[in-house]
Design a protein around this ligand. Structure first.
Ligand code: NAP
Ligand code: HSE
Length: 432
């Protein structure tokens, strides 16, 4: 029998158990495709006595210190499925330095420390693979790295976080409040350990940083990425969006604009006719536009043990196949150049505004003038009493605009916020 590929698994939670269950169910199939078996030789967990729905593979030893896996002579590939920053960082660094391949699902770590870790992997000539880090089971990393390698990528637009999409879908389809929908998402187990990462757009931002590297071969610092979450979106915004024929989605987007990289995570209004607008529940989807291929769309489960385990296993199998040098970022440079970033205030898109104002003469005219003075052209206006309101003298005025630059939006908002008849912080979203 050919020598097995020996894995050291750091973490045996949702994803670790998902991977183990696929390895158990499909051992023959995997061996046939790879030409040798895949064997888990060691598993690191915090609490070895914890009952787990999927058992630790039979012959694997259980260790308390994941760093042992980096030094273990019987481990060929270290698989990091713990999450978090510090221990995972130490483990991956040590494993790469020891000349071992690493597979990880840890988007947070790669968004923060990818530059350093990819450089170390390149220096050591080993693989640092991360398909599961972006949209769980959807093979978007491989698609950008290999399948679309000959394309100049014009745009990548995606629903990158299942929890926030689930919340927005429940608010839209079942009329739940934001808080009720979040509670349901947590119960279903999609949310990160800290759900603020999901609802504040941070998890989507981590994934987008990885996608920018793959699409443009440039390192975009997480700190330079504009990020807005979904916490300020109300059922009223969703209802108004629907009046305009749109759905509200948390969108991560990067595109090439005049040779510069634009990237952001924001809730956006999408025409209901777009495929992305029809992605509901905890599902993820990514739309890539290449100059040669045109638009390509991937859709599937962005979270869950077996779906994410499927992506982890694909990386393990890719690294276990002999003969080719590891391809970590899709580009040959050891260190990617810094991104040439489109200044945030030059970014332009159509906008949705909801202003909470006193219902009295001159209010609409003053708002229209403030927008006009900032060079923003109005497309449509709606004013309707909020059915849930206690006070009918305060009304929402909802405005959709033509394309507006961020700097002009900020100027208009500064003027409008100062009007005495404006009774709450204006809500605004981009329209895709
Ligand atoms: P999880 O269910 O919380 O499991 C984490 C595992 O790591 C547990 O087995 C835990 O041990 C172990 N662990 C944590 N810190 C440790 C330490 N210091 N020493 C030893 N073991 C340690 O997490 P998960 O949902 O599987 O996520 C794992 C990674 O995959 C994260 O980076 C996450 O962002 C990413 N990811 C998850 C999904 C998903 O659907 N869940 C999808 C895509 C990517 P105990 O079991 O003893 O506590
Ligand atoms: N919390 C993440 C999500 C899990 O909701 O999409 C997968 O990364």
């Amino acid at each position: 029998m050919a020598r097995p590929v020996r894995l050291g698994l750091a973490g045996f939670g949702t994803v670790g158990q998902g991977l183990a269950s696929i390895l158990a169910d499909s051992a023959d199939w995997i061996e046939r495709r790879l030409g040798r078996p895949v064997q888990v030789v060691a598993v690191a967990v915090r609490d070895a006595s914890k009952a787990r729905p999927v058992p630790v593979p039979e012959r694997a030893r259980v260790v308390a210190d994941p760093l042992e896996l980096a030094a273990a002579e019987d481990v060929d590939i270290v698989v990091e499925l713990m999450g978090g920053l510090s221990k995972a960082y130490d483990l991956i660094r040590l494993a790469l330095a020891a000349g071992k391949h690493v597979v990880t699902a840890n988007k947070h770590l790669l968004a923060e420390k990818g530059e350093e870790l990819f450089a170390l992997a390149a220096q050591k000539g080993v693989g640092l693979y991360y398909e599961a880090s972006v949209c769980g089971g959807i093979p978007i990393v491989q698609t950008l790295k290999e399948s679309l390698a000959g394309n100049r990528i014009l745009a990548v637009t995606g629903i990158l976080n299942g929890t926030s999409n689930f919340i927005l879908s429940r608010m839209t389809k079942k009329g739940l409040s934001y808080a009720e929908a979040l509670k349901k998402a947590q119960k279903k187990g999609f949310a990160e350990a800290d759900p603020t990462f999901d609802v504040e757009g941070i998890d989507a931002a981590h994934k987008l940083i990885l996608l920018i590297r793959l699409a443009y071969g440039q390192d975009f610092p997480l700190s330079a990425l504009p990020v807005t979450g979904i916490t300020r979106i109300t059922p009223l915004d969703i209802a108004y969006a629907r009046e305009f024929g749109c759905e509200v989605k948390l969108i991560g987007q990067t595109k090439a604009v005049n040779g510069k990289v634009m990237a952001a995570v924001h809730p956006m209004l999408l025409s209901k006719s777009y495929l992305l607008a029809q992605v509901n529940g905890a599902f993820n989807a990514v739309r890539v536009v290449g100059d040669a291929v045109g638009a390509v769309m991937l859709y599937g489960q962005g979270a869950g043990g077996r779906a994410t385990g499927s992506a982890v296993l694909a990386d393990i199998m890719a690294l276990a196949r002999d003969g080719s040098a590891p391809n970590n970022t899709g580009f040959p440079e050891k260190i990617l150049p810094p991104a040439d970033i489109l200044p945030h205030d030059e970014e332009a898109s159509r906008r949705y505004f909801r202003f909470t104002v006193e219902d009295k003469p001159g209010v609409l005219a003053a708002i229209a003038k403030a927008l006009g003075d900032a060079g923003i052209s109005i497309y449509q206006v709606v004013q309707k009493v909020d059915p849930d309101t206690q006070d009918e003298s305060i009304v929402p005025i909802v405005v959709m605009t033509h394309t507006a630059r961020q700097r002009d939006v900020e100027a208009a908002l500064a003027t409008i916020r100062a009007f005495p008849f404006v009774k709450a912080e204006p809500m605004h979203m981009r329209v895709l």
